[in-house]
Design a protein around this ligand. Structure first.
Ligand code: PRP
Length: 183
């Protein structure tokens, strides 16, 4: 993508994210209260910040594992190809699993990952997404828990990138282009 100048406007503050994660963690704790050892699976790369904050709010016995799936290149359009770039280290057969996603957009990534993980016969498979853009959905899928429903804006920060930049912002921001083409 050609370099275009942009600024980032704050959309969801770090404080609002922390408060929402605390709420969600209560719900997750009650869902998995009886579970021996929950496997929390982060989808790389976008979920690395969210999973780090979420697991520290979960007062449960957990294991953490990661799966890397990719449906985007460095551009802003989703392709329908979902590639698994890194698989789980551990087996999940008979285990309770929570998949942690940063954002559900078209829904292709989460759909593909759920299908793949279900084929490994977990006892229970649940999903959580920090952000959901329902107006972009192309396949009928919804995470079991959602942090925030957002409109169709280009968002960055808190793990989410813009052409591999800005993942380290502590809040969720909205990209606003400032060149002539944006006016
Ligand atoms: C992004 C995001 C989700 C997915 C959502 O991942 O992290 O995993 O796209 O899009 P979808 O609902 O349209 O499938 P990306 O492939 O950009 O990789 P990244 O997490 O490494 O940034």
């Amino acid at each position: 993508m050609p370099e275009r100048p942009y600024v980032i406007d704050e959309m969801i503050s770090a404080k609002a994210i922390a408060a929402r994660i605390e709420d969600l963690s209560h719900q997750i704790r009650s869902e998995f209260a009886e579970t021996d050892k929950l496997v929390v699976v982060g989808l790389l790369r976008g979920s690395f910040v969210f999973i780090a904050d979420l697991v520290r709010e979960l007062d449960l016995a957990i294991e953490v594992d990661f799966l890397e799936a990719s449906s985007y290149g460095d551009d802003m359009e989703s392709s329908r190809e979902v590639r698994i770039l890194k698989d789980l280290r551990g087996a999940i057969e008979g285990r309770d699993v929570l998949v942690v996603e940063d954002i559900v957009d078209t829904g292709f990534t989460l759909t593909h990952v759920i299908k793949l993980l279900k084929s490994r016969k977990p006892a229970r498979l649940r999903t959580i997404a920090l952000l959901d853009k329902p107006t972009r959905r192309e396949v009928d899928i919804r995470a079991d828990w959602i942090g925030f429903e957002i409109p169709d804006e280009f968002v960055v920060g808190y793990g989410i990138d813009f052409a591999q930049r800005n993942r380290n912002l502590p809040f969720i921001g909205k990209v606003r282009f400032t060149d002539e083409a944006a006016k």
